[in-house]
Design a protein around this ligand. Structure first.
Ligand code: BGC
Length: 763
């Protein structure tokens, strides 16, 4: 293995158009993850350890149930980390075996997927991204980290920063959607929250940025399928969020499952060593995704398990994550045979030991069980944060005739209909393990609490929705889904719901996808509302009552009909444990929606991939008419979201209209709340390069700010535009360039913003 902690070496060249090269600068190298003292201590430890003990640090296994073999492995120093142990007492027992029972007392790293909260469940990551509120995202990530650390976890497999431009892929719910800049900003915010200002901040965790790299680009949106990505797309689209996470100090990286341009990511030396360590100077360690090293054999890449271990090891995977058996068990033989060297082993183990040292695990290896209880007792404060996060993540997609917010006094009977109206597990979304399900406030509970005793609330699912093939994660859901309704029950339930709708003054529909219909192993070939939900919606709307559609989902759904017939549509995503309370506040105007879509919402699945930052290419005037059957534009653009108030953006200004490459300028505009309610709006900056060494996207998000304004209040929002915003990786020169050209700048409230200015960059 080579180049661990190597210096940054970006190959940056001048362009054919003669622009100045982007000079690699110190700020491009990520901050040092380890202090010199930490590295010296790790080296001293390495000097004492046997080869077997060193290789033991490279193993991470799952722990489900009683696994006595693990105890022996821990005592013999053959395990570096365990996954999925969440009981503090069991963590202490195992840690005692490592610290007091093994020769060098090296503590275990306990890992878990703390993806959107630990005990307190926040909205799913795509929802957090829709808040466009990095401070809030940092804050809730910090709460999740603190709760997990108090429970004995020291490492989370988050953030997921895979750019996702094909929403058939279920894991779009775990990231920030289609955009590079939004993904990068959310990645950095999450790392800051998870790790604190530096790795080893008390009460925080080690972050693992995943899945390196290109996992979001699997063919056909099919989970785990191959990704074929050009170098230009890799450097300009898929890699920058990883880079941003490392700049924020992320101490570990998880390698992805799929083939990247034919070479499996987990055996891809170019990716894991040349780019990650060589070009970027990453100092921390790489963990494989679960069983991804073993999978190198099933990819038809490695000959057998031992070959898989050697290939992953040489590619740059320090630690292997595996469920029960692992390929790295073959590394001792490989070392004996000379297939891997002692120096390579030291280089692989050093950052793992350094991480344990830096995290303070040698000093404080055990869980303070009283603290764990105390954190649970503080959960009420965390619940408030969870509600605010859900309110800030919601996106108002339609509000004809200002139906929303609903008047709290106008209705005597409210019907809440749909399969997601009273569904605890679904309200939370995927990737939750350590919570108490009873803490979940469903939509029904939230509305009931809001409406009080004088208003009657009727709740009915109307229809049942189920996956066609079961989810592989079903065994770990705390709320098992009921058996499939037979035809008679299905007919009865539908009629019961329609009868309630008939008697109601207002109907709230809660539709979307169950949480097991999204996430890992949850790709889909259609965006139709699953089951009979469309029919339920159409029959309810036909009754002529005011109807509000609440959506729970993590990917776009077919909303063409709803957008023409349902007056109000509010996207809640999977809003987390306080989702119902947040939804009630939003419905009745105690909170105003201010979230924005983190992806372009297609009209139907046939448009996919559909993203706003496409290239101009041939005949741009036909861009919206590339299909003869319907427009090739999205139903709702990226960055879109309505409010209960109204806003104008005016007075776009650039402080210069000409600058030389390497310089920077300030773009500003004035936003005003022209409505009657205090509310939030997200001001967005987009930039386009008119000509140069490559065809560039029609526009790209380069800055945003979420502002809160009172009625008539104005604010000047300012953005800086410089080499970071204007440089790109050119397929013509095969390097980073920052070219002489004319640039257009838009400032507005979604990716269709029309307010525009331009400037010229000279050499
Ligand atoms: C997922 C990872 C996750 C790991 C451990 C894998 O199947 O791809 O994202 O961190 O499991 O739960």
């Amino acid at each position: 293995m080579q180049k661990f902690g190597g210096a940054i070496a970006c190959a940056l060249t001048a362009t054919a158009s003669g622009a100045a090269p982007v000079v690699p600068s110190a700020e491009q190298a990520p901050p040092a993850v380890f202090s010199p003292a930490t590295l010296a201590r790790a080296d001293a430890l390495l000097g004492k350890m046997s080869a077997e003990e060193k290789l033991g640090q490279l193993n991470q296994l799952f722990k489900f149930g009683k696994a006595p073999k693990l105890d022996v492995m821990v005592r013999e120093g053959k395990l570096g980390s365990l996954l999925f142990v969440t009981d503090p007492a069991e963590i202490n027992r195992l840690q005692r075996l490592a610290v007091e029972g093994s020769r060098w007392g090296i503590p275990l790293l306990f890992g878990s997927d703390v993806v959107h909260g630990y005990r307190t469940i926040f909205p799913v990551p795509i929802a957090l991204a829709a808040s466009w509120d990095t401070a809030m995202v940092e804050h809730v990530s910090a709460i999740g980290a603190m709760e997990a650390r108090a429970g004995g976890i020291s490492w989370t497999f988050a953030p997921m920063v895979d750019v996702a431009r094909d929403p058939r892929w279920g894991r779009i719910v775990e990231g920030a959607g289609e955009d590079v800049h939004l993904n990068a900003e959310m990645a950095a915010a999450q790392v800051r929250g998870i790790q604190g200002p530096r790795l080893g901040t008390p009460g925080r965790l080690l972050a693992s940025v995943k899945h390196f790299a290109g996992y979001g680009a699997g063919e056909g949106g099919r989970d785990h399928d191959a990704a074929n990505i050009s170098d230009a797309q890799l450097y300009n689209t898929y890699l920058p969020p990883f880079r941003a996470a490392l700049q924020a100090g992320a101490g570990s990286v998880m390698s992805a499952y799929m083939d990247l341009n034919d070479v499996p990511a987990t055996g891809n030396r170019w990716l894991l060593s040349d780019v990650l360590r060589g070009q970027w100077g990453f100092q921390g360690f790489v963990v494989s995704d679960n069983n991804a090293v073993l999978d190198l054999e099933s990819h038809g890449f490695a000959r057998d398990k031992r070959d898989a271990a050697e290939r992953a090891f040489h590619a740059g995977v320090n630690m292997e994550m595996a469920s029960y058996v692992n390929a790295y068990a073959h590394l001792p033989e490989a070392l004996k045979d000379g297939a891997i060297t002692a120096a390579e082993v030291d280089a692989a183990v050093r950052p793992i030991l350094a991480t344990k040292i830096q995290l303070g695990l040698f000093e404080q290896p055990y869980v303070d069980e009283a603290l764990a209880r105390d954190v649970a007792a503080r959960a009420p404060a965390h619940r408030v944060e969870a509600r605010l996060a859900a309110e800030r993540s919601a996106v108002l997609l339609r509000n004809e005739g200002k139906l929303l917010p609903l008047s709290p006094t106008a209705y005597r009977r409210v019907a809440l209909l749909g399969p997601l109206g009273d569904a605890r597990q679904d309200t939370l979304g995927p990737w939750v393990f350590a919570h108490d399900l009873a803490d979940t406030v469903t939509l029904a509970q939230g509305l009931r609490a809001k409406l009080g005793a004088d208003v009657r609330l009727d709740v009915a699912p109307g229809v049942q929705i189920k996956r066609t093939t079961p989810s592989p994660f079903e065994s770990i859901f705390k709320e098992r889904s009921p058996a499939k309704w037979d035809a008679a029950r299905a007919a009865d339930e539908l009629e019961r719901a329609l009868a309630l709708a008939r008697d109601a003054d207002v109907v709230v529909l809660a539709l979307g996808e169950k949480q097991d219909m999204i996430g890992e192993s949850a790709s889909r070939s259609t965006f139709a509302l699953p089951g009979e939900q469309q029919q339920l919606m159409e029959r309810v709307v036909a009754l002529g009552k005011p109807v509000v559609l609440l959506l729970m989902n993590g990917r776009p759904l077919d909303l063409g009909w709803a957008n023409a017939h349902v007056p109000a549509i509010l996207e809640l995503w999977y809003p987390g444990a306080q989702g119902g309370a947040a939804a009630a506040n939003l419905l009745f105007g105690d909170a105003s929606p201010g979230g924005k879509l983190p992806f372009s919402w297609p009209r139907n699945v046939g448009q996919v991939p559909l993203y706003y930052s496409h290239n101009l290419t041939q005949d741009p005037s036909e861009q919206g008419r590339r299909y003869w059957n319907e427009p090739s534009t999205p139903l709702f653009p990226f960055g879109f979201g309505l409010s209960y108030s109204t806003f104008t953006v005016t007075d776009i200004r650039l402080d210069k209209t000409e600058m030389s490459a390497g310089g920077s300028l300030e773009a500003s505009a004035v936003i005003e709340n022209t409505g009657t309610r205090p509310a939030d709006e997200v001001v967005q900056l987009y930039v386009h390069q008119r000509h140069g060494g490559a065809s560039r996207p029609v526009r790209e998000l380069k800055g945003f700010e979420r502002v809160t304004l009172r009625p008539s209040e104005k604010k000047t929002v300012r953005f800086s535009i410089g080499p970071k915003e204007l440089g790109y990786w050119s397929a013509a020169t095969r390097g980073w360039v920052n070219e002489a050209s004319t640039f257009d700048v838009w400032i507005g409230t979604d990716s269709k913003a029309a307010l525009k200015a331009s400037f010229t960059q000279t050499r």
